[in-house]
Ligand binder design. Structure first.
Ligand SMILES: NC(=O)C1=CN([C@@H]2O[C@H](COP(=O)(O)OP(=O)(O)OC[C@H]3O[C@@H](n4cnc5c(N)ncnc54)[C@H](O)[C@@H]3O)[C@@H](O)[C@H]2O)C=CC1
Ligand SMILES: N[C@@H](CC=O)C(=O)O
Ligand code: NA
Length: 436
């Protein structure tokens, strides 16, 4: 390959964070310097890497670049400040200080964007700088720019997918190897997929933050992480995984954001769901992510790729750095926040989906009819029932047609109060059956 002519200018880059992602960003800035300069239109010079312990050597980062003075680095007036440290504070203050000093910001921090993205966007607007965050959702996969730019002329109705690599890695190993949850989590941590506190992954907070960001971009409204209905995977047992497998399903942690109520509101939810093994999401294994976007004119689209890990995430960060660099050279900015739609974020009860309900019931006449009545009285239509007797008890597995979450919740409450229902063994939403 020929080496391009030396670019006429230099832009400075300050890096806040030198961990899994930051170290890969530093490596790519160094190893791909010539290509990046040719693409951006200026050389990109790394001026410093902010870390907790600047005395600790980091492979691939020159020791003189390391600093624990993150405030000084953030407000140094670098052309681009890259925040890959994570957490709410001091990341938020450092980003705001960087913008006040005239720097454009690239961040991978979904927790912060979902908590207080409005403040960051307002500051970017005020100071006339860019705020880019492709790495914050679905790692390497180009997803936010397509939503923010390519689909700006369409109307998105639904976004559904797997957006957390750690939990998908865990669920895949549980499904394929019958692996133990704790061992798999440790492996995901060692591979650099998990958050600093992996509770964020396994309890669904990370996916909820990403769902909030996706919903905001897809529907031009503001959604915060706290608005998202969230259930993690900690209550998914090996038995649940095996039962799903027996029925031809796989359990995935899904993030769903959809327009509801005649498009007056949105429901945004993160929870484990059973997906048919024939569905494309079932084949998304390990730390890969996949997101379906349903838009009015475009129809259905699927975005697939690596959702976690140092190098894949750094790829998305570098893409943003080049975009932001081009804007600075042109004296322009990318698109700002678009929240003109002001949609209500509605409760989970307004969501509609199918369900799988697993019950232990007394094996005596009339029980099946009573169970069916509980569903019927709450307007939940049964798709099929499987009954296996064992001793005095019977196991009933009920699959429903599409129903409101509130109706299903009322049905379960009614079943729990029925003496003949000894135990509600499992309740799980079923997604992706319609496409079969
Ligand atoms: N690891 C991954 O696969 C992905 C991570 N992200 C996001 O990227 C960001 C960074 O993630 P990782 O690199 O995995 O984290 P990490 O824990 O490996 O690295 C964090 C870095 O920031 C520094 N840091 C953190 N808090 C600091 C403080 N208060 N003062 C000084 N230095 C501090 C640490 O010293 C370390 O160098 C997070 O926002 C994470 O959510 C996004 C997509 C994927
Ligand atoms: N912990 C996250 C990292 C990427 O966003 C995940 O597992 O997906
Ligand atoms: Na992405």
């Amino acid at each position: 390959m020929t080496t391009p002519d030396a670019p006429p200018r230099e832009l400075t880059v300050a890096l806040l964070g030198g961990g899994t992602v930051g170290s890969q960003v530093a490596r790519l800035l160094r190893e791909s310097a010539d290509d990046l300069a040719a693409r951006a239109g200026a050389a990109l010079r790394l001026t410093g890497v902010g870390v907790r312990d600047a005395a600790k050597p980091r492979e691939g980062i020159a020791p003189e670049l390391l600093t624990d003075d993150l405030e000084g680095l953030a407000s140094s007036g670098a052309d681009i400040v890259v925040e890959v440290m994570g957490g709410i504070e001091p990341a938020r203050s450092l980003i705001l200080a960087a913008m006040a000093a005239g720097s454009s910001v690239v961040t991978a921090n979904k927790a912060l964007l979902a908590e207080d993205g409005g403040t960051l966007h307002a500051a970017a607007e005020k100071h006339g700088v860019d705020l880019y965050y492709e790495a914050s959702v679905a790692g390497a996969i180009p997803l936010l720019r397509p939503l923010r730019e390519s689909l700006a002329g369409d109307k998105v109705r639904r976004v559904l997918g797997i957006v957390n690599g750690t939990t998908n890695f865990i669920l895949t190993k549980m499904d394929e190897d019958g692996a133990d949850y704790a061992d798999v989590l440790a492996e995901a941590q060692a591979l650099g997929y998990a958050e600093a506190d992996p509770t964020a992954d396994v309890e669904g907070y990370d996916a909820a933050a990403k769902a909030a960001i996706l919903a905001g971009l897809a529907f031009h409204t503001r959604v915060r992480g706290d608005d998202v209905h969230r259930e993690g995977i900690t209550s998914v047992s090996a038995q649940d995984v095996a039962a799903a497998r027996d029925m031809g399903f796989v359990i995935k942690l899904l993030a769903v954001a959809e327009l509801v109520d005649d498009e007056k509101g949105v429901v945004v939810r993160v929870h484990p769901a059973m997906v048919p093994r024939t569905h494309p999401l079932a084949g998304v294994r390990g730390a890969f992510n996949a997101v379906f976007v349903e838009a009015e004119s475009a129809g259905d689209m699927m975005f697939y790729g690596r959702g976690a890990g140092g190098a894949p995430t750094a790829s998305a960060v570098l893409g943003d750095i080049v975009a932001v660099a081009r804007h600075r050279l042109a004296g322009s900015r990318g698109p700002g926040e678009s929240t003109y739609a002001h949609l209500d974020v509605l409760p989970i009860g307004d969501a509609t989906t199918r369900y799988y309900v697993n019950l232990d019931v007394a094996d005596r006449p009339g029980v099946l009819a009573a169970v069916a009545q509980a569903f019927a009285d709450n307007g939940v239509s049964i798709q099929n029932v499987r009954q296996d007797g064992h001793g005095d008890d019977a196991r009933l597995v009920v699959r429903t047609h599409t129903a409101a979450d509130s109706a299903l919740a009322a049905t379960i409450e009614r079943l729990r109060s029925n003496d003949a229902v000894r135990n509600v063994v499992g309740v799980m939403r079923v997604e992706g059956e319609d496409e079969r």
